[in-house]
Each structure stands twice: as C-alpha cells, then as structure tokens.
Design a protein around this ligand. Structure first.
Ligand code: ATP
Length: 252
C-alpha cells in the first residue's frame, strides 16, 4: 500500500509562505485529520501534496505521472457544487475513469465499486436521480461516493463532512476510519474537532502555514494548543466511546 511523504514542502503566495516547510510521513492505515483555523494553509497543503500547485520541497504523490497519480490518490476538493445534469450513477462512475483504458467500457468490478460506494454513502435508490436536482448535502455525499468508488490507496478530502447532517457526518467519518483500517491512507481537512478527535488516528495541526503539532488526537488536542492555535476553550473528556472535544468559548 502507498503512503504520502512530504519533505520540506512550502508554497508561497507573493512573498509570504502560506505553507511553510512542512514535513510528514503519512502511512497506509492512518486516518489523518488536518486541522487548523481558516487560512491556516490546509487546502494549499493538500493541493501541493497532490502536485496541483507550484511548491518547494517534495511530495511523493506530486512526483508521480498524472496517470499513476490518478490511480494512487482520490481527491475530494472543497467545492461541492455539481454542474453536470447527469445521473448520480454516471457521476459516481467517473471515479472509475483512472482504471479504464481509453474507450474501454466498465466491467463487473467497476459496477461493483460504484454500487458499494453508493451504498456506503447511503445513496441506494438515488442512482437514476439527476445529480443537479439533489440537495447540497446529498450532492456532497455523491461526490464523496465518486472518490470512494475510485478505490485508490490514498484518499485526500478537503472538508468532506461540511454541509452533511450529523448522522451522515458520523457515517462518513466511520467510513473513512474503515478505509484506513483496511490499509488505505485517508487525509481529511476537518473543522469539527470533536469528530476529528473521535475518528482520526493522527492529527496534524497547521497554524499560519506551519506544522505545529503532529500526533494522536489525545496528545494534540490539549487545552494549551486549543487556546494558542484556535483561540478556543473547550470541554475535554475521555469517555468509553472515545474522546470528547466540545468547543465552549473563544479566548483572546
Ligand atoms: N490563490 C491565492 N492567492 C493568494 N493567496 C491565497 C490564494 N489561495 C489561498 N491564499 C491564502 O493562503 C492562505 C491559506 O489558504 P488555504 O485555503 O490553504 O487555508 P485553509 O486552511 O484551507 O482555510 P479554510 O479553513 O478557510 O478553508 C490564506 O491566507 C489564503 O488567503
């Protein structure tokens, strides 16, 4: 299985680095939550890691050819609006494109991957609906299903649970944790610290472009870090169902 090795990765916007010398060795089997306040550099870091924007330093994914990268990594960008009036099944089927030669028709394995992804995202029965005629949260689930159908060893998702109702947030986080447990690497930018704490195996805290913390949620989400990086006071507890992190108040 494939991981992701970032070495001294930096991205400059004008004179300022918005990603500043980030190094990390992300392994298959990990569900990595990328957390940090608005503007911390999460999206920029993921796009650089995928080789979609100019950067300094190296990313093991960015060095692959476009075709190899498409088979290795599924990318779920932040923008969730679907512009094409195609069926849900057709749209999710686009996730299979990296596995098909030009002109090759989909086979049984492709159809099984599409059905599996639809089922996992609670979209059974939506197959023939027009994707543009779904609600915002339903469209978000369709795009997650497309990324899941790709069956890539690495899944990189930018705020995948934004706009989902609480039950679908939990099922999506559980799905990602399950994909990681199967041996894939899942990296997701997240703003919900409570869900990140419960489901991620490892958290990277980005602050002003720098990697400030890297470790298991219980070690990373401490009161001092929450105050310093997020400007938050939170209720923190260990429970039989996992850690609870509930932001309570803004601190200055
Ligand atoms: N195309 C651009 N040109 C100039 N600056 C940019 C550009 N894209 C992003 N930035 C800046 O880079 C910084 C990091 O942005 P980025 O989108 O990576 O943050 P983020 O952590 O993903 O934030 P959010 O949680 O709000 O999505 C921000 O200060 C942003 O204003």
């Amino acid at each position: 299985m494939t991981g992701l090795i970032l070495s001294h990765l930096s991205v400059h916007r004008g004179p300022c680095p918005v990603v500043d010398d980030v190094s990390a060795d992300l392994r298959p089997g990990e569900f990595v939550g990328l957390i940090g306040p608005n503007g911390a550099g999460k999206t920029t870091l993921m796009r650089a890691a995928l080789g979609l924007i100019r950067h300094k330093g190296t990313s093991s994914l960015a060095r692959l050819s476009a075709a190899d990268r498409a088979r290795t990594a599924a990318w779920l960008p932040q923008m969730r609006e679907i512009a094409w009036p195609v069926s849900v099944e057709t749209l999710v089927g686009l996730g299979r494109t990296p596995h098909l030669r030009p002109g090759q028709r989909m086979g049984a394995a492709d159809r099984a991957a599409i059905a599996d992804a639809l089922g996992r995202m609670d979209l059974a029965g939506f197959e023939h609906r027009r994707a543009t005629a779904l609600s915002g949260g339903e469209q978000a689930r369709v795009l997650i299903a497309r990324a899941v159908a790709q069956e890539a060893p690495v899944l990189i998702a930018d705020e995948p649970i934004a706009g989902l109702d609480p039950a679908h947030q939990i099922t999506t986080m559980r799905l990602f944790a399950g994909l990681a447990a199967e041996g894939r690497l899942v990296v997701a930018a997240l703003h919900d610290l409570g869900l990140a704490a419960r489901f991620c195996t490892r958290l990277l805290v980005l602050h002003r472009g720098r990697l400030e913390e890297d470790g298991p949620p219980g070690e990373v989400l401490t009161a001092p870090t929450l105050a310093r990086v997020f400007g938050l006071r939170a209720y923190l507890a260990d429970t039989p169902e996992g850690p609870i992190v509930q932001p309570v108040e803004v601190v200055t």
